[in-house]
Design a protein. Structure first.
Length: 448
């Protein structure tokens, strides 16, 4: 007799003080490719959209069904007022399950189904609305509609383990990585740029270490010591600029986090032409010459070409109030990814905790590079040298959060090799120093 899946409790884990309510900005209905379940297709058919509009509201790609998008990347159901037409006409429960979930993420974990928040949502970024616990009824309904989210996760032997040492993770080891990372992010009194660098140092130190004989309590002790001293270690570590090869690897990582191909465009191009186009685009990003290749979110800001050097010429944010706002947002975002278990395991392609932590650092650095791109795009002329803004950081985080854990090209062996290439000789720390966003960074209160 087949064993029934074990149902797990729902555990809401978000940074302290985090709030959320939908404000109908419509941002979540742009540039997200929404995959549909069989029940979603049945509801859309029952609602009669195809008959009313005279065309399909869904599309099929490689055997899977998705909501159709308009040429600008927005959902076919997005109204001018930012609301969903399905929601407006039929109510919340008639929307596709993925749309009802957002911005909540529910990740199966050993102790329960972990509910967190996605920072692609502008209301989540601004932390406005009600406490997340007030959404428990909605979360319970969500997991009724998607029961796989509350089943005990199965970890593949090919993805478990520490970095390149593919040995099983023992009880307490993942918790040690989580605690160490959160302690670094929320280290009150330590300037923001040092905390960001310390997280990079912590991640690359673990990835580069041979941990095959450092297991159980020994690993917990090692992670605790590394995390406790990471902020001091980055001060004593020799400062160097990122190497050209590290910049090239990193630009490739930014490309993968901005890449949002339209399904209809892929279908029109065909597989071979799409692959060739992607290879050419990836090569342009790695080389870093000329202008930053256009992507949809950038095209919404400006039509003028932005040279790659202009992005790095943008200065860190100026003034303590601006720095404090950026610092608070970045710290809240990182804490949310960690607390919501969206940094590794079931929440991030089944990656090990150390691989996933390194990927989280790359996500952070990519958001900071994109924040510079945002300021460069809004500069009135190429001679203008702007500064990082809170709006730019919000923009960068929103782009990264749209891809994190959702797109297949971040789950490849090539991406795992990229993480090792960036960490091998201290590249993550060098990039964290080069991309640090603060010219004045006060300490901040505990956020988790």
């Amino acid at each position: 007799m087949a064993r029934q899946p074990v149902q797990l409790p729902i555990i809401v884990r978000v940074p302290h003080g985090q709030r959320y309510s939908c404000h109908s900005c419509g941002a979540c209905c742009k540039d997200f490719t929404v995959q549909l379940r069989a029940e979603d297709l049945e509801r859309l058919e029952r609602q009669g959209w195809a008959r009313e509009r005279g065309e399909a509201v869904t599309t099929t790609f490689r055997g899977r069904h998705f909501l159709r998008q308009r040429p600008d990347g927005s959902c076919t159901f997005l109204q001018p007022d930012g609301r969903c037409e399905v929601h407006a006409r039929f109510g919340l429960q008639e929307k596709p399950v993925a749309c009802r979930f957002f911005p909540f993420s529910v990740v199966p974990a050993a102790k329960g189904a972990i509910a967190g928040l996605n920072f692609a949502c502008q209301s989540v970024q601004r932390s406005v609305g009600s406490a997340p616990a007030s959404h428990l009824d909605d979360l319970r309904q969500m997991v009724v509609d998607a029961p796989e989210l509350v089943q005990r996760p199965r970890v593949s032997a090919s993805t478990a383990g520490w970095g390149s040492r593919r040995t099983p993770e023992e009880p307490g080891e993942v918790d040690a990585v989580l605690k160490g990372s959160l302690d670094i992010v929320a280290n009150a009194g330590v300037p923001g740029e040092r905390r960001m660098a310390a997280l990079a140092f912590f991640a690359q130190s673990l990835l580069n270490a041979d941990l095959s004989r450092v297991r159980g309590d020994r690993f917990v002790e090692l992670a605790s010591v590394l995390a406790a001293h990471a902020a001091d270690e980055v001060v004593m570590t020799e400062h160097r600029d990122p190497r050209p090869s590290e910049w090239a690897l990193f630009r490739g990582a930014v490309h993968l986090r901005t890449h949002a191909p339209r399904l209809d465009a892929l279908q029109a191009q065909g597989w071979l032409r799409s692959v060739w186009s992607d290879l050419r685009l990836a090569r342009a990003w790695r080389r870093g010459r000329g202008a930053v290749p256009a992507f949809r979110a950038l095209g919404e800001l400006t039509t003028r070409p932005i040279p790659f050097p202009e992005v790095l010429a943008i200065h860190p944010t100026e003034g303590i109030p601006a720095a404090a706002a950026v610092d608070g947002l970045l710290s809240r975002w990182l804490a949310a990814r960690l607390l919501g278990e969206r940094a590794w395991s079931s929440g991030y392609y089944g990656m090990s905790a150390i691989d996933g932590l390194c990927a989280l650092v790359v996500d952070l650095l990519s958001a900071l590079w994109l924040a510079r791109l945002h300021s460069a795009a809004l500069s009135e002329s190429r001679s203008a040298s702007g500064t990082i803004t809170l709006e730019g950081v919000q923009w960068g985080i929103g782009i990264v959060e749209r891809t994190a854990g959702r797109v297949p090209w971040l789950a490849t062996t090539a991406e795992s090799l990229r993480l090792r290439g960036l960490a091998r000789h201290g590249g993550l720390l060098a990039l964290a120093r080069a991309l640090q966003p603060f010219s004045a960074s006060p300490g901040r209160p505990h956020t988790s």
